[in-house]
Design a protein. Structure first.
Length: 452
């Protein structure tokens, strides 16, 4: 099925960490960031969901010419993007979270932009759609007269689900389904915003927009469906305690469009959409969506470290690399690698070749050959891939992998590592974990020599 998503794309970022103390400067938590992920948000998230479900997806949007837009394009691999020009930078929303809850959100370049420009290709994509999801985030794309005329023509023959925004454009007539939450419906209709009546807001919005139906979402209370000439229908939802609601509305709109395009009635499509949104939250929401993609990337690319790093990065994940000879694998190694893996979404071990180990350690080393060392490391659950390098240092390999974190075990400081300046050139960071007392390869090698 070919589905066209029309609307505003954002760059969403999640910084995950731990907060164990308050700042001495103010009573605010200090967050130690452990991982960073980025992904397409807004209409981009709708497109990613539909693509993940197996549909042919076209995204009609406006994109800047900057690094944020490049990340969005990487994240939307497999989605056909037809983008107009915008004079504004990519809007970015960064959520800082701990395992328990969100700490804050940082918005950049999210002020109202100039109206983007559309192209004939964008108009043609809308007019040839089997179904359309409009995802309006108030970035003015939906104000374009030519685009609105194309959507109005499309509404007469195809199913359109429109997710409106209070600061966005008003929906064109004859849309199949509007999917605001209660606050959005109240703002769009100017009913009592302090205590809005759901049925009144849904009916008023339906009348003013001349839409076929309005589905007002109510969080864990489900939703209310208003259809012209019918009594409202209450649709229940399974409560999901402590759920992160990010993306739930996008999931609902995407599912409703698919159900309508398959011939379901408005009531059936609305019920399916509410059920899918509840299931999405129960499965972990947008974080679980990203993790499924990351796990798939790791499974497909475990034999190719460069491809693994690229796939995890394009999925918005954090790449971690760790290095060493790993001659005589011991508990200190394992603990360091397990700690390294917790920093991100994949761990690539950069291991010295036999010739490299001999030059560094002297004759008689390594004790265990490269293929056996590689096999033992790859068998660890925390290791996603192993890359072998022949040089004395891993700089060439790091330049290829471009990890977010470079981890070494032993008696080093992060800044003393020779790789640290290289990591900084792409925003990476060196991290050290000291080995456990009395656990070292040199001690084991000396013991073996004494026994021998």
């Amino acid at each position: 099925m070919r589905i066209t998503v029309v609307g505003d794309v954002l760059l969403d970022q999640d910084w995950m960490g731990t907060a164990r103390r308050l700042s001495p400067d103010a009573p605010v938590p200090v967050v130690e960031v452990g991982s960073r992920r980025s992904r397409a948000g807004g209409a981009g998230l709708v497109a990613a969901m539909l693509r993940h479900d197996g549909h042919e997806v076209v995204l009609v949007t406006a994109l800047a010419d900057d690094a944020g837009a490049d990340r969005i394009r990487e994240d939307l691999e497999g989605v056909e993007i037809i983008a107009g020009d915008t004079l504004a930078p990519t809007p970015t929303k960064t959520r800082v979270r701990t395992s328990a809850h969100g700490i804050c959100r940082i918005d950049e370049a999210c002020e109202t932009p100039p109206r983007p420009r559309t192209s004939p290709r964008m108009i043609a994509a809308v007019e040839s759609s089997d179904a359309v999801v409009v995802s309006d985030y108030g970035r003015r794309l939906l104000e374009d007269p030519a685009l609105r005329e194309a959507l109005a023509r499309c509404a007469s023959r195809a199913r359109i689900v429109w997710d409106p925004h209070p600061r966005g454009a008003f929906p064109v007539p004859e849309v199949s389904l509007l999917t605001p939450n209660l606050a959005e419906a109240a703002a769009l209709t100017r009913v009592d915003r302090d205590a809005p009546d759901v049925a009144t807001a849904a009916r008023t919005l339906g009348e003013r927009s001349a839409s076929q139906a309005v589905l007002v979402t109510l969080g864990d209370r489900g939703a209310l469906l208003h259809r012209t000439g019918h009594e409202p229908v209450e649709i229940g939802a399974d409560a999901v305690p402590d759920a992160d609601p990010c993306g739930a509305g996008d999931r609902l709109a995407a599912s409703a469009a698919v159900a309508l395009a398959r011939g379901r009635t408005l009531t059936e499509a609305a019920t399916q959409a509410v059920d899918d949104a509840s299931a999405y939250l129960a499965a972990g929401g947008v974080q679980a969506l990203g993790m499924r993609r990351l796990r798939s990337a790791a499974a497909l690319n475990s034999e190719n470290p460069n491809a693994l790093a690229a796939a995890v990065r394009s999925a918005g994940g954090t790449v971690v690399a760790a290095g060493g000879c790993f001659d005589l694998l011991h508990a200190g190694h394992v603990r360091t690698l397990e700690a390294a893996r917790r920093l991100g979404d994949c761990l690539i071990v950069c291991m010295n070749s036999d010739a490299s180990v001999t030059r560094l350690k002297g004759p008689g080393r390594p004790i265990i050959g490269a293929e056996d060392r590689r096999e033992m490391l790859a068998a660890l659950a925390c290791v996603d891939a192993v890359a072998v390098f022949d040089e004395d240092g891993p700089e060439r390999l790091l330049q290829e992998l471009r990890p977010d974190f470079w981890v070494k075990g032993g008696d080093y400081t992060a800044e003393s590592l020779p790789e640290a300046p290289l990591l900084r050139t792409w925003g990476g960071r060196a991290v050290t974990f000291p080995y456990q007392l009395a656990r070292s390869t040199t001690r084991l090698a000396d013991a073996i020599e004494r026994v021998g």
